[in-house]
Design a protein around this ligand. Structure first.
Ligand code: SF4
Length: 407
C-alpha cells in the first residue's frame, strides 16, 4: 500500500529534482526504504540532476557509495544533465540516462566557472533569484522536462520544513512559466515541507543513520551563499581547509570579479573570499590561488566604463547601472604594466591590497557628494579571458552623460 502523498494520478511520472544534497537525497531514500511514504510505484519515478560542474568531489563520492546502489537495486531511472553551452540555443547534454547508474558525471561540456570567468562576475541574487542556479540548473531541468515529460506530471523538490518561502516562490515561478508556455504543466510537490515536516536537521540525521556517515549539503566549491551567513560559515571553512583547491578556485574567480568591480567581494560588499581565507589562516589555499594568478601568461587590460542612473529621477538615489567592458590591450603582465604606465599622465594608477592594478580616468565621488546620473571610467589588468560586453545604446548614453558630468 502506498500513502496518499504526493498525489499522483494513474500513470503520470513523478520527477524528483535530485540536487545531490541532504534534502532531496533524504526524500529519495525515504521513498525507497518506506513504501508507505509515497503514492506511486518506483518505476514511475524519474530522478534528474543538472550539474554545475563545480561540486565538491565528496558529493560525487557519496552519491556513488550510498545512493546509486539503491537506485540500481530498485531500478530507478536517473538522468544526469548539464547545460551544453553558454547561450540558450546550446540547450542541454544528457550525461547519463539509465536505471542502472554506476557513475556520477559531475562535469559536462559547460561549467558555471566558465561563465563566471568570461563575465568577470560572481554568483549573486537578481530579482530575488540566484541567477547562477537558474542558468546551471533551473533552465536545464526545464528544457529536459519539456522534451520528455507529459503535461500534468508531478514535480517534487526537496524544500525542507523551514523553507516555506522558497517553496512558494518555486510554485509561483512554475505557474508563471506554465502560463507563458515556457514549461509543460506540472503538479509541484514538496513532501518534506507539506507531508513529513522534516527540517534540514531531521534530513541530515536520517541520512546519517541510514548511511552511517554524514551526508554534506551539495553546493559549488566556491558558492558564496554557503558562507554568507554566520551559521553556514564554519561548514564552508572546514571544507576549504580540507580542500584548499576549492578555496583557491573561489579566490581566483574573485580576483577577476574584484578587478572589474572593487566594491563587491564573493560574500557581498567589502566581504571577500581572500580576506576570509587569510583571517582563518588558510595559507595553502591563498598560496595556490596566488601561484595560479602569477602563472597566468596572458593578461588583458580592460577598459571599463559604467553609468549609474538616477532612480525615479532623484539625483540622490542610485538606479540601474550600465557597463561597457572592452579589451584595450593583451600581452604579458609586465608588458601591460608598462602599457598602463604610458597611459598614466596624472598619477591615477594604483595597485590595491589584492595586487590588482587600475588606472582611473574618472572615479565616483564619495556618498555625500555623489549625484546621479554619474559615470566611472577605468582600465584594469586581469588574466586573459573576460569577454567584451556592452549594452545596446550604451555609447549614446555615455557620450551624453559623460560630457554633461565631466565638465
Ligand atoms: S551552489 Fe551556489 S554558486 Fe552554485 S549554482 Fe547554487 S547558488 Fe549558485
Amino acid at each position: 500500500m502506498y500513502a496518499d502523498h504526493p498525489t499522483t494520478s494513474a500513470d503520470t511520472p513523478v520527477v524528483l529534482s535530485l540536487g545531490m544534497g541532504i534534502d532531496s537525497v533524504a526524500i529519495l531514500v525515504h521513498w525507497i526504504l518506506n513504501p508507505a511514504s509515497r503514492s506511486f510505484p518506483l518505476h514511475r519515478l524519474v530522478c534528474i540532476t543538472a550539474m554545475t560542474g563545480e561540486e565538491h568531489d565528496r558529493t560525487g563520492e557519496l552519491m556513488e557509495r550510498h545512493v546509486l546502489p539503491l537506485m540500481r537495486e530498485h531500478n530507478i531511472r536517473y538522468v544526469q544533465l548539464s547545460r551544453a553551452g553558454q547561450a540558450a540555443h546550446h540547450r542541454y547534454s544528457v550525461l547519463s540516462d539509465t536505471r542502472s547508474p554506476r557513475l556520477m558525471h559531475m562535469r559536462g561540456p559547460w561549467r558555471l566557472s566558465h561563465e563566471m570567468r568570461s563575465g568577470g562576475t560572481l554568483p549573486s541574487v537578481r530579482n530575488g533569484r540566484r541567477w547562477c542556479s537558474e542558468r546551471a540548473k533551473g533552465e536545464v531541468l526545464d528544457w529536459w522536462v519539456n522534451d520528455n515529460m507529459p503535461s500534468g506530471y508531478t514535480h517534487v523538490v526537496g524544500f525542507a520544513a523551514e523553507e516555506r518561502r522558497r517553496a512558494l516562490r518555486d510554485t509561483a515561478a512554475r505557474t508563471e512559466k506554465q502560463a507563458t508556455g515556457k514549461t509543460v504543466a506540472c503538479v509541484p510537490s514538496y513532501p518534506l515541507l507539506d507531508q513529513w515536516q522534516w527540517d534540514r536537521t531531521a534530513c541530515a540525521e536520517y541520512l546519517r543513520k541510514i548511511f552511517g556517515e554524514p551526508f554534506p549539503r551539495s553546493c559549488c566549491r566556491w558558492c558564496p551563499f554557503t558562507g554568507a551567513t554566520a551559521g553556514s560559515r564554519p561548514e564552508l571553512l572546514q571544507r576549504w581547509r580540507q580542500q584548499p583547491d576549492a578555496a583557491a578556485d573561489a579566490i581566483e574567480l574573485e580576483y577577476t570579479a574584484l578587478a572589474l568591480n572593487p566594491r563587491i567581494g564573493a560574500f557581498g560588499v567589502g566581504k571577500t573570499a581572500i580576506d576570509l581565507a587569510r583571517e582563518h589562516d588558510l595559507t595553502d589555499a591563498v598560496a595556490i590561488a596566488e601561484q595560479r594568478i602569477e602563472a597566468a601568461e596572458v593578461w588583458d587590460v580592460l577598459e571599463i566604463r559604467r553609468i549609474f542612473l538616477a532612480k525615479d529621477q532623484d539625483p540622490r538615489r542610485k538606479g540601474d547601472a550600465w557597463r561597457s567592458v572592452q579589451v584595450a590591450a593583451t600581452g604579458s603582465r609586465s608588458a601591460l604594466l608598462e602599457w598602463l604606465a604610458r597611459l598614466d599622465n596624472g598619477g591615477q594608477r594604483n595597485t590595491d591590497q589584492y595586487g590588482i592594478t587600475r588606472l582611473w580616468r574618472r572615479r565616483l565621488p564619495g556618498p555625500q557628494e555623489i549625484s546621479y546620473p554619474a559615470t566611472e571610467w577605468l582600465w584594469v589588468l586581469v588574466p586573459h579571458g573576460v569577454q567584451p560586453k556592452k549594452r545596446p545604446g550604451f555609447e549614446e548614453r555615455w557620450t551624453n552623460l559623460h560630457a554633461a558630468t565631466l565638465f
